[in-house]
Ligand binder design. Sequence first.
Ligand code: BLA
Length: 504
Amino acid sequence: MTPEAPLDIEACVREPIYNPGTIQPHGTLLVLDPSTFRVVQRARNQVEFLGCDDLLDQELDGSPGLGSLLVERLRAWRTADEPVLLTSILHQHRRLQVAANRTAQGILVEIEASEEGHPTEAFYSRMGHVLDILGSASDIPGAGAIATRELRHLTGFDRALLYRFDRAWNGTVIAEDGNGRLPSYMGLRFPAGDFPPQARALYKKSRLRLISDKDHIPVPIEPLLSPLDGKPLDLGATTLRSVSPIDLEYMRNMGTAASMSTAILLDGELWGFLVCHHTEPRHLGTSLRAACDLLGQLIAQRIGAIERMAQRGDRLARQRLKGALLKGISREGGFETGLVRHGDIWLRLARAEGASLVTQENVYSVGRTPPSSVTQRLAILLQQRGVKDLLATEQLSSFAPEFEPHADTAAGMLALPISQLHASYLIWYRPEVIQTVRWARAAAKPRTAGERLTSRASFAQWTELVRLRSEVWSQVDIEAVGSLRSSIVDFVLKRAEERAALTS
Ligand code: BLA
């Protein structure tokens, strides 16, 4: 594919990036039969890279030099409990870095030349310092600033940035460090399409990826299909895997020649990426990459700790509010009066600006809410649509467009059904928060049907005014309201029983 060839987004999502049939040329690859150590596939540059005979179809066991050394290490690894073998071998006065992965298609052995400048004492002492200062970073942008600065220090890349995914997989740059050779992307939002789902899935498994040169000439693997299963070789576990042409085009358009990305995973889920860019090709050897991976993991740990700490404090505060609300309600004569009298707690429980209780007979409201008739209509719609569980939306107008005129009070809604039989709901409202989003690509504009998409041709910004949306309901908001349900249902049932007793 040429860089000019247009691609549509579906083709992009379908692109089998894990088996391109080629590797980047800064190393070579051997695929070994796990039982005989016979080379069943190899990259075409193997002879030149290793300065030895063509190893295809050779059994490495018993062969002199590199082959037998490799087999010795692989045998020891087979009995060890390590998913990846990382080792170095002295071959023809050159130190080679070896990484091996077991796969269903054989043992994939990646070989790179060892770089100068292994992590030294200075590196470990600096890492110790990073740990200290990270420990005192109390918020995520603060931790991000440390991460990007340290990554640049470690690698010498022109720019390092941290971007964080939102729920729709758009990413916003929240920290950046650079030397001014590349423009700043701080605060810009990049659409989800820049990092399609199959690429995200791959980076979840293989966290760190270096693209040393956007103009590299990919090296074919021969034979193309695995002799073990007849399928294209899955290179998902390797670091040498060559790069999707569209991502290379993306780099060209961005004005970067080299890129290194490290996935930030929290509890196994992708949270964001640390990305380094350089205006010229830039190679980092395996030990420096391992150091960057380690730094990425330290940052991920700190981000996780900061998020957990904030959530813990918030959860505790909500539990207290819930306790106070229930106590207040039980002191008052009725459930409705209890809620209204303690309206401030009712609101604070979900950090809302308005709240309503819709019962069969009435609507009780506190704070900023739409008129009762609108809330009643909403309750009917919720029931008609069979909403039986807590429903949270930041955009009520997408649930039903008729609520659009009420965005000043009710752009977002949390609705908790409190009766199995009637259209009875507890509803929390949040007003519209008009947001200016600085997108980093023209293609984020609404596309017309059939419009084809290439990787962005320009990184010009595009400002979008996002309307009709409230602040996002957090996990803690949702939990706080959800945990109220059983207590509220108890109240409602008790009252129904009392009524039944009165009428019988
Ligand atoms: C991969 N997309 C990537 C990667 C990043 C991004 C970091 C990992 C590989 C790399 O380091 O380049 C996205 N890079 C970004 C973002 C910023 C950045 C958001 O620097 C912000 C500062 N890419 C597109 C489009 C498609 C696409 C339109 O722009 C598809 C239609 C695809 N991106 C794409 C693919 C990969 C990718 C296929 C995987 C590349 C590979 O590993 O082979």
